[in-house]
Design a protein around this ligand. Structure first.
Ligand code: PLP
Ligand code: ZN
Length: 414
């Protein structure tokens, strides 16, 4: 497996040795997140279309020769990645694009996109000989890390806002994580986690800090290209909170170009909730930096007012000629039902938000009739049913009595 050659600051370009405690650029501080750079010439010998076509590892680790793990033994035995990509011609026609693909990342082992990052996170913790991993999270990064810590025998400390959805907190506890519910919001959880990690010397799984985690997330882009027969879609929609998933997509599409697997980039399009949209604001205004603001949306996974990976997120959109879209909570709720009914994919609010963004741009006439579009559903709907319940409607109620049922049927529109 490849050793990353160096880590390079996204803002100033300074380069660093890939050492265990190297998370950020000294000159740029917390904003200076790092890109993982490989010896592409070496990687090319092991990663090409032919070799991949014979590869029987249907997990994200089929791309291990362009992932930053030193020791194969540290790859966790929990199958992340290679989630289904569904072509949906009905929705493509409804919204006037040539083709629409839905990537169901809720099909990962702990039911979100975050598993791609956690898989690499725990492998790196083992590479570096660490015994305890920690993170702050709106919920999914936490449940994901606790699952991967469980199968690798690492201890985990997880900091989540006290109002994190019950399903996600239960998931953490089930996996045996040490869970800290932090009074306040995600920004508060992030602050305490950072201080605790520093104080106790734990391995940091915060995706916007640890450069290796975005590497895990890039495998989603590689899968989309490979599943489409190495055709890169014209545009990809993904929801944005901290900005790590969208940065992972960008890195994946870049690495594939460098490796000669593909020959173009998609327009990467970030979707935010109107109530938590600092990345969207910066893109619309053309600002060089993101101004932190409030975070209020039912989509808890993207309820982020202070996105930590803003620099990489802005780059992903700008360097690909992509766009940013903001959608209301109502649009997200109706996207959950429409997506589920048209494709069978039940996304959590932040997952269906990407589809809501696609719909918004289509309705606004901003997508071309010849575009081939991929929408990434980042989390499974059962993760957070409170929002979905509002959108779902109500069931019929009846005694176990066929006569009562018959009269009920007469009064329904079925
Ligand atoms: C974390 C998460 C996101 C947003 O990812 P960021 O890297 O924070 O931008 C979107 N959807 C789901 C389901 C998530 O868990
Ligand atoms: Zn820097």
């Amino acid at each position: 497996m490849p050793k990353p050659v160096l880590l390079k600051c996204v803002l100033c370009g300074r380069e660093y040795e890939p050492e265990a405690d190297r998370y950020l650029c000294d000159a740029c501080g917390i904003d200076g997140t790092l890109d993982v750079i490989y010896d592409i010439g070496e990687a090319k010998k092991k990663v090409d279309r032919d070799i991949l076509s014979r590869n029987k590892d249907f997990t994200m680790w089929r791309y291990r020769d362009i992932l930053p793990v030193a020791d194969e033994k540290h790859i966790p035995p929990l199958a992340a990645g290679w989630t289904p990509l569904y072509k949906n011609q009905k929705l493509a026609e409804t919204y006037g694009v040539k083709e629409l693909f839905i990537k169901d990342d809720g099909r990962n082992p702990t039911a979100s996109f975050k598993d791609r990052a956690s898989a690499v996170g725990v492998a790196k913790a083992l590479d570096f000989g660490q015994a305890i991993v920690a993170c702050a999270s709106t919920g999914n990064a936490a449940s994901s890390l606790s699952g991967f810590a469980a199968v690798t025998g690492l201890k985990s400390f997880i900091f989540v806002p006290e109002n994190a959805p019950a399903a996600k907190v239960t998931q953490l506890l089930i996996y045996g994580a040490n869970v800290v519910l932090v009074r306040g919001d995600y920004a508060d959880a992030f602050r305490l986690a950072s201080a605790a990690i520093e104080r106790f010397g734990w391995y940091n799984r915060n995706c916007a800090i640890n450069p290796y985690l975005v590497e895990g997330k890039k495998t989603c882009a590689m899968e989309i290209a490979e599943q489409m027969g190495w055709m890169v879609p014209d545009r990809v929609f993904i929801s944005v909170g901290d900005g790590c998933c969208i940065s992972g997509l960008y890195k994946g599409f870049c690495d594939m170009m460098d490796l000669g697997l593909t020959d173009r980039m998609p327009k990467i399009t970030g979707v935010q909730a109107k109530g938590a949209s600092p990345i969207y604001e910066a893109i619309i205004k053309g600002d060089p930096r993101v101004t932190f603001g409030r975070a209020e949306t039912i989509a808890d996974s993207i309820s982020v007012g202070a996105p930590r990976n803003w620099a990489k997120a802005l780059r992903a959109v700008r360097a690909t000629g992509g766009a940013a879209v903001a959608v209301t909570d109502d649009e997200i709720l109706s996207a959950i039902t429409e997506l589920a009914r048209a494709s069978g994919v039940f996304g959590e609010p932040a997952g269906a938000a990407a589809f809501a963004g696609f719909r918004r741009m289509a309705k606004d006439g901003l997508l071309g009739a010849d575009e081939r579009v991929a929408v990434i559903v980042t989390g499974n709907g059962l993760k957070d049913i409170d929002g979905a319940r509002h959108a779902a409607g109500t069931p019929l109620r009846c005694s176990a009595d066929i006569v009562e049922f018959e009269s009920l049927m007469k009064n329904t529109s079925l």
